[in-house]
Ligand binder design. Structure first.
Ligand code: AMP
Ligand code: GLY
Length: 417
């Protein structure tokens, strides 16, 4: 099978790594990719937001499957253009991707499907904003309606800051604060059949102890030893299947990866958000544990034949990933800094620990930073403590001027707390 992956972050590196290990895959391309992906896939330049360009590239490469990684191309309808060219594509239509593209749309789908989520108001005027903030009280949760790369959400006790963020958005969702640990649960679906993956936990805040601003995610681990073993079944029944059924009922079936961001509150599981693609960095740890070869599962989703897929098989291993971010991430990340130590990790830590590239590019012989999140250092082990030790040992070998990472990824879970 020839596979073309669209995107160029650590999630796409994780996808390409798994696909490159799949015996069914005999040619692997990534567009536009990054310096790390170039080691496992052939890179092609493309404007990932241009559906016609992506469809042309897929046709030219005679791809049997296109996998669209990030949300922006999905929301822009890139999967529709590829599908229209007659090529199977893993990823939802632009209409179905509104589940991520518009928080108001997601709330409407959840209400219709009876999916538990935070109570919320959609506001477009300062009066509505004030009323909503007043109705819920602190801590305030204020979300830009549109795509914002994980940075459109402000959670704060400061009324003035909440109000300022709300007024900076055209349309804003203000909602009830949900207490309790967060879980990311992914499911692969073809619009009818839903196949859940293993849950993971992401660390959204920039600094240790969940301090600092929200980011795209600073690290992740899986499995979750503290979670109820029935969690996946429960979320399948109360969230994933009803959402997929509701979108099909509306005539906009969702195929691809449905990402449920959940809060485990004292009153039960609530959806914080949906995404229409694999999460980053959670994908790095979920795929590290997946034993089933990936390509046929993705192709069955693309072809509407997921019911033929046997249940997924998982390794006993635990996995941890630690994101190394550039100086000043998430505000105004500095790029162009050389990265050293990559070869040392490859020589001394593989295969238990390895580096997935997020924002990197090659400059002559050097690999330099090219984005806010630069690397996602991933490790496996017999338990979280071992995976964590290996991940941080590899992190310590990487040198990137001004970079930052959290030191507490999976720390509590590894201690059994
Ligand atoms: P989102 O982009 O909707 O996932 O929001 C980003 C982060 O903000 C989430 O991962 C949570 O940590 C936090 N957050 C979002 N909504 C809520 C809520 N209703 N209550 C508490 N925290 C929230
Ligand atoms: N890690 C959060 C996300 O992918 O949106």
């Amino acid at each position: 099978m020839k596979v073309l992956v669209i995107g160029g972050g650590a999630r796409e590196h994780a996808l390409c790594r798994s696909l490159s290990l799949d015996p069914d895959v005999n040619a692997l391309y990534c567009a536009p990719g990054n310096a790390g992906i170039a080691e496992v896939a052939e890179l092609r330049p493309v404007d990932a937001l241009d559906g016609e360009a992506v469809a042309r590239l897929a046709t030219e490469l005679r791809a049997d499957l296109v996998v669209v990684g990030p949300e922006a191309p999905l929301v822009a309808g890139v999967a529709d253009a590829v599908r229209a060219a007659g090529i199977p594509v893993f990823g939802p239509s632009g209409e179905a991707a509104q589940l991520e593209g518009s928080k108001a749309f997601a709330k409407d789908v959840m209400a219709a499907a009876g999916v538990p989520t935070a109570r919320s108001y959609v506001c477009t005027t300062p009066e509505e904003v004030d009323e909503a903030l007043d109705a819920f009280g602190a801590p305030y949760v204020v979300k830009d309606d549109g795509l914002a790369a994980g940075k459109g959400v402000v959670v704060t006790d400061d009324l003035a800051a909440a109000r300022a963020h709300a007024l900076s958005c055209d349309r804003v969702v203000i909602e009830e604060f949900l207490d309790g640990p967060e879980v990311s649960l992914f499911a692969i679906t073809d619009g009818v059949t839903v196949l859940p993956l293993q849950p993971a936990q992401d660390f959204k805040r920039a600094l240790d102890g969940d301090e600092g601003p929200n980011t795209g995610g600073m690290g992740a681990y899986s499995p979750l030893p503290w979670a109820d073993p029935k969690l996946v079944d429960e979320v399948m029944a109360s969230v994933l299947q009803p959402t997929v059924d509701e979108l099909r009922r509306r005539g906009t079936p969702f195929s691809g990866l449905l990402y449920a961001g959940l809060a485990i509150t004292s009153r039960g599981v609530r959806v914080i958000e949906f995404n229409a693609r694999f999460g980053d960095p959670e994908t790095q740890v979920v795929l590290a544990r997946l034993r089933t070869p990936l390509a046929s599962v993705l192709l069955n989703s693309a072809n509407g034949t997921l019911h033929t897929e046997p249940p997924l098989s998982w390794r006993e291993d635990a996995a941890v990933t630690v994101v190394i971010a550039s100086h000043n991430y998430p505000e105004t990340p500095r790029t162009g800094d050389p990265i050293e130590g990559l070869a040392e990790v490859a020589e001394q830590d593989a295969p238990d620990a390895y580096v997935l590239h997020a924002g990197t590019r090659r400059e002559g012989d050097a690999v330099v930073s090219a984005g806010g999140r630069v690397l996602s250092v991933t490790a496996t082990g017999s338990d979280l403590a071992e995976a964590r030790t290996r991940a941080y040992k590899a992190v310590a070998r990487i040198r990137l001027d001004g970079s930052q990472y959290r030191t507490d990824i999976a720390a509590k879970a590894a201690e059994g707390a």
